[in-house]
Write a protein that binds this ligand. Structure first.
Ligand code: SF4
Ligand code: SF4
Length: 352
């Protein structure tokens, strides 16, 4: 852990800028080589372009015990972490989650699940899930719990944009950024063989695959909720839905992908060298992955056992996990998806 990560990142970036050996590994090096001096905003942008593949570290001839003691993945991870904490709104919540994430996620899921458990008697006499929890009560709880964190995330992104000196965004910038995020091109390494993340000198695509399972699994789960809402309000068709319906197909496939992706991410993270990441926030990162796993696993359990006496407990647990996930979104590792996208947009601007 560095006393002053931004100054240390500046020192290391200047060495890399003279060396240029890692030019082709990722988007960080071309962006770094575009300038000779690095403002705090430049370093924040470089840190958010880095996805901690660790390829440059294992290729570097200037790592310890060399006197330059290069550790670019490690120092950029710390700068990145600090930037998320400082731009989060409100910032103390960002700091709290990053340093005590597992505890906060666990307490939040438990508290929210107990809240839903206590509220199960508020049902207005519907069927299925709505026999346990009234639809109106769910909407009243989830709508602000979704919109308020999104607004907080918007404030954080605005702060980030100012810090990195971002300009007006064009359609071409967005197309380039979303194209890169959709394929996770950078996670393939510049040569297409993948990351050194979990093992030195062994290139692997596992981390890219796990990220894709998590991202597309999450998007499918979101699509399940969206199609369920359309069926409910547009066509008057209420949950629970048949297996061959869009909400259930999206939900089951997305849930399985999320479960597999989060378990895979936990495994890879546990194997990776801690000193090449930001070690003091590993708890927060594991807490977030565990929270995402709880959301997907409890959702699948609800699909499988929704017709049994376990319905009330599973529904309270699943709704509690989903609510905790949304409330913690701007302060957890989920925020990195938004900041990474912003960094890709800014990088597309640089290339214009
Ligand atoms: S990480 Fe090492 S090898 Fe790569 S550009 Fe920097 S100094 Fe050169
Ligand atoms: S760790 Fe990977 S993404 Fe980060 S600077 Fe090095 S090569 Fe690029």
């Amino acid at each position: 852990m560095y006393d002053n990560p931004i100054e240390e990142a500046r020192r290391q970036a200047q060495i890399c800028n003279a060396c240029r050996y890692c030019e082709g590994y990722c988007a960080v090096f071309p962006a770094m080589h575009a300038g000779r001096f690095f403002s705090d905003g430049d370093l924040t942008q470089l840190a958010n372009l880095c996805h901690n593949c660790q390829n440059c570290h294992y290729a570097c001839q200037y790592t310890a015990p060399h006197e330059f003691a290069l550790n670019l993945p490690g120092v950029l991870a710390e700068v990145r972490q600090e930037s998320w904490e400082e731009t989060a709104f409100p910032a103390p919540l960002g700091r709290a989650f990053h340093h005590n994430g597992t505890l906060i996620a666990g307490v939040a899921v438990l508290a929210m699940a107990l809240l839903f458990w206590a509220a199960r008697h508020l049902s207005s006499g519907g069927t299925g899930f709505y026999a346990v929890m009234a639809h109106g009560a769910m909407v009243a709880i989830f709508l602000p719990a979704f919109l308020l964190p999104l607004a907080a995330m918007g404030v954080g992104l605005r702060r980030y944009w100012r810090r990195v000196g971002g300009g007006p965004v064009t359609l071409a910038d967005l197309r380039a950024a979303f194209g890169s995020a959709a394929t996770m091109r950078n996670l393939a390494g510049g040569h297409g063989d993948g990351c050194n993340f979990e093992e030195e000198d062994v290139f692997s695509q596992r981390r890219r695959v796990m990220h894709q399972l998590v991202m597309y699994g999450f998007l499918l789960c979101f699509a399940a909720t969206a199609t369920g809402t359309i069926l409910h309000y547009g066509f008057g068709i209420e949950a629970p839905y048949r297996l061959l319906s869009l909400p259930k197909l999206f939900g089951v496939i997305g849930g399985l992908m999320l479960c597999a992706g989060t378990l895979g991410m936990m495994h890879l993270k546990a194997k990776a060298a801690p000193d090449l990441q930001a070690p003091e926030v590993r708890g927060g990162e594991f807490g977030f992955i565990a929270l995402l796993f709880t959301v997907s696993a409890s959702g699948l359990a609800l699909y499988a056992l929704g017709g049994t006496s376990a319905l009330e407990v599973l529904l309270a647990l699943h709704l509690g996990a989903v609510l905790a996930f949304f409330l913690l979104m701007p302060y957890s590792k989920m925020a990195h998806g938004f900041y990474r996208l912003a960094a890709l947009v800014r990088d597309a601007q640089r290339k214009r």
